[in-house]
Design a protein around this ligand. Structure first.
Ligand SMILES: O=C(O)CCC(=O)C(=O)O
Length: 340
């Protein structure tokens, strides 16, 4: 089996591994095949099309408008994954809360959408195919130096033209019900991502700060229900104090970041270019389940694992090494997960 895995073309050199360890993120070019990009694009199109019925998707730009303009009738989707009313009340009570907007495009902020969704793999075969059967699991397994790799979840982030809202800086670790270090996030642009339309930004080396911060819901630094961890420092207002790298990327590229790396992205100031992206989250062999208070609820998870458990079971597909090397893994997960 090992032989088969080694035959997968993997663009990962020793210096890539050193860069990832030093900077907390790694940009690799030409990893995702055109047909894989197209499979993700059509899955994302369906996610957006189904926003009104979605149990998991939100328009965060509209949510931000509800919060900051008090216009309750703006439609941000009908999902109940988060207690939005509670979150809005928490923002109201947070004296420091403010819109995390790109200052230069606030006047354009009329028609943009910041679409956010998760766990598309359970519904869309295009997402499953790429998450499980592309070269990504092999790359991540090598990068994490792990003996096996589980898939945790996918997330979709789309910013249409004239989206004012940034993705606030945040650290992924406390969003997940996990403990351990070998977890990485693969960010996959489905359009050219530029500084103008919302390229990713990483605080270089922040994975080595040795600090853990509370999760937020991307539109302000106001923490979600996490009483244990501090709020992230106000990076947006003190950009010069941090080593922030804006990473422009093309479809086909990936950017992998460590679960502790602080990152965010700009709004979309372009008048014409949508910025679509997906994120896949993978966990290695030191990760254990931990029902973290304040972590974001994972859609469709019915029976939580006990704290301290390895990630076993159908909710966390083992994607590397392939349990059945000659079968397409994604097809084994078809039709037995999605509620829709
Ligand atoms: O695409 C974005 O705006 C944010 C992505 C992100 O935060 C992530 O992939 O963890």
């Amino acid at each position: 089996m090992q032989k088969l895995i080694d035959q997968v073309p993997v663009a990962l050199s020793k210096s890539d591994q050193e860069t990832y360890k030093r900077d907390g993120y790694l940009h690799l070019k030409g990893v995702i095949k055109p047909e894989e990009i197209n499979a993700l694009r059509s899955s994302v199109a369906s996610q957006i099309e189904n926003l009104a019925q979605s149990e998991t998707g939100y328009d965060l730009e509209s949510l931000a408008k509800q919060v900051w303009s008090g216009k309750e009738d703006i439609d941000s989707g009908n999902a109940d994954r988060f207690d939005i009313e509670l979150y809005k009340a928490m923002i109201d009570h947070d004296a420091d809360a403010r819109p995390i907007r790109d200052p230069s495009n606030s006047i354009l902020a009329e028609d943009g959408m910041f679409f956010y969704d998760a766990a598309g793999w359970r519904t869309y075969s295009g997402i499953r195919d790429v998450a499980f059967d592309s070269t990504l699991p092999t790359i991540c397994a090598k990068l994490l130096n792990t003996t096996y790799l589980n898939f945790w979840e996918d997330t979709t982030f789309v910013k249409t033209p004239n989206t004012a809202q940034r993705t606030t800086f945040h650290q992924d670790y406390t969003y997940f019900q996990i403990r351990g270090q070998k977890c990485c996030i693969v960010w996959i642009p489905l359009d050219r991502a530029t500084a103008e339309n919302g390229a990713m930004q990483y605080v270089r080396g922040s994975h080595l700060w040795g600090k853990t911060f509370a999760p937020n819901m991307f539109i302000t630094q106001t923490p979600l229900l996490d009483a244990e961890h501090p709020k992230l420092p106000d990076i947006e207002n003190n950009l010069c104090d941090y080593d922030i790298v804006t990473v422009e990327a093309e479809p086909g590229d990936i950017i992998i970041h460590d679960v502790m790396t602080v990152h965010g992205s700009g709004g979309n100031k372009s008048k014409t270019d949508t910025r679509r992206a997906m994120s896949f989250r993978y966990c290695g062999d030191d990760i254990r389940y931990f029902d973290r208070p304040g972590a974001i609820p994972q859609p469709y998870i019915e029976g939580n694992l006990p704290d301290g458990a390895v990630l076993y079971g159908e909710d966390y597909p083992l994607v590397w090494p392939k349990p059945f090397p000659n079968a397409k893994l994604a097809s084994l997960f078809a039709n037995n997960h999605g509620k829709r």
